[in-house]
Write a protein of this length. Structure first.
Length: 190
């Protein structure tokens, strides 16, 4: 009798990364095409122009982040035997990302709160990169990709901190930061 071994079964949790990324990219494209702003505006600043776009932005992340969290908890962490702090970092990043969408950048204290929460969300992704780079179960090629992408992420964060008063292309910096985060995950997963 023929039986399929557990190793031959492809986990559907692996595909939650693709689902999340496709919804996120399409959702952000709709945001910038339907409600265009300057490239110097972040995605959050694109969303903060009216109530409809604020709700749209909140819904986008409420749809994207739970499956992404499941990808980490049910597939990536067990597959590569990553430390438990990875899940804590992903949870902190996700919760602070949703929280920052609930406080749109409309000026004053709300903008400060939003930017602090967005910064926390971005910073919380760095321990994930560290775990990928130091994991003995990750290939040398994936570690090189992770190291390069980590350098890009840290450079963008440092640029934002030290060039804060200058006009920066916020949307492109966000695209660069999150591309650098997701690229190693895609390399590891597919």
């Amino acid at each position: 009798m023929y039986s399929i071994g557990v190793s031959n079964v492809v986990s559907p949790d692996k595909y939650l990364l693709l689902f999340s990324l496709m919804v996120l990219v399409l959702g952000l494209l709709v945001l910038v095409k339907r409600w265009p702003q300057s490239r110097y505006k972040t995605f959050s600043q694109h969303a903060a122009v009216q109530k409809l776009t604020i709700y749209y932005y909140i819904c986008l992340f409420v749809v994207v982040l739970p499956p992404l969290y499941l990808f980490f908890s049910d597939w990536l962490i067990p597959k590569y035997t990553l430390p438990s702090y990875v899940l804590v970092a992903v949870a902190v990043s996700s919760v602070s990302q949703v929280a920052c969408t609930l406080v749109p950048e409309v000026g004053g204290r709300k903008t400060q709160t939003h930017q602090s929460l967005a910064g926390l969300s971005a910073l919380a992704l760095l321990p994930v990169m560290f775990a990928l780079f130091t994991a003995p179960t990750i290939s040398a090629f994936s570690k090189v990709i992770t190291a390069i992408c980590s350098i890009v992420m840290v450079s963008i964060l440092l640029g934002l901190v030290f060039l804060r008063k200058k006009t920066l292309p916020g949307m492109f910096l966000q695209i660069g930061y999150f591309t650098a985060f997701f690229l190693p995950l895609l390399v590891l997963t597919y």
